[in-house]
Design a protein around this ligand. Structure first.
Ligand SMILES: Nc1ncnc2c1ncn2[C@@H]1O[C@H](COP(=O)(O)OP(=O)(O)OP(=O)(O)O)[C@@H](O)[C@H]1O
Ligand SMILES: [Mg+2]
Length: 220
């Protein structure tokens, strides 16, 4: 479902990633670990086709980074949910509107939006916060909103870039548990993290990166 074939990406000022090869099947859970600057975010951004390799290619479902057309990018992103360390919520919209936004952009019907947002807020345990604004929520709640926003479109893959970086240990554990629940429903998850202690509780396939290179894979 996802493959990286001889992927290298060099930023204008240098660095990036070199010669990355791997395949991930539907429904897998994968951790990306490695020191700061190792290339974890670069790799996730290529999966989202926010940036493109200089050599090699990335495949996500039927989309290939070498042949995808600009107008197909929104179609790809319907299949790829993304969450970030700093949540990236819209502060002037309430929880419901934040989660609804990607569905509105996709052109879903009002009824479909209502149904999916309601169901997704239930899944992340935030029904009671539906009409709160991001500034009125804890960090853990904000991250749950951002997960809800990413999964409401029922993506094939969820990308999480250091999703627990701003949270204390207990809340980080809850977010990790939530990502595993999302995975259990069939969505593949890629999670970049520094938090080795945290992920020890939930072993999975783990890709090690360092200085832009793939340093091997640990199996659970
Ligand atoms: N937009 C950019 N322009 C130029 N160089 C960049 C850019 N983004 C990342 N880099 C460089 O590419 C390399 C990989 O960066 P990346 O952000 O992927 O690392 P990371 O593993 O996500 O690190 P961190 O754990 O700090 O988030 C680093 O050397 C970084 O300085
Ligand atoms: Mg990063």
């Amino acid at each position: 479902m996802i493959s990286f074939k001889d992927v290298s990406l060099r930023y204008d000022r240098g660095a990036g990633v070199k010669n990355i090869n791997f395949q991930v099947q539907r429904g897998e859970f994968v951790y990306l670990i490695g020191p700061s600057g190792a290339g974890k975010s670069t790799l996730l951004r290529m999966l989202y086709m926010d940036i493109f390799p200089n050599t090699g290619y990335v495949e996500v479902d039927q989309f290939n980074s070498n042949t995808i057309k600009r107008r197909q990018i929104p179609k790809l992103r319907q299949k790829v949910g993304m969450i970030f360390q700093d949540y990236k919520l819209l502060n002037d919209r309430d929880v419901f509107q934040n989660v609804a936004l990607p569905l509105v952009v996709m052109g879903a019907s009002r009824r479909d939006i209502d149904r999916r947002v309601t169901k997704t807020l239930e899944e992340v345990g935030l029904t009671h916060r539906k009409h709160y604004f991001p500034g009125e929520l804890s960090g853990g709640e904000q991250q749950r909103v951002s997960i809800a926003r990413a999964i409401a479109k029922d993506p094939l893959v969820l990308l999480a870039d250091e999703p627990t970086g701003n949270l204390d240990y207990g809340v980080a554990q809850e977010i990790l548990n939530l990502l595993w629940r999302v995975n259990a429903k069939g969505t593949a998850v890629f999670m970049a993290t520094h938090n080795i202690e945290l992920i020890k509780n939930r072993p999975a396939r783990t890709f090690r990166l360092s200085h832009g290179e793939f340093k091997g894979e640990l199996l659970p």
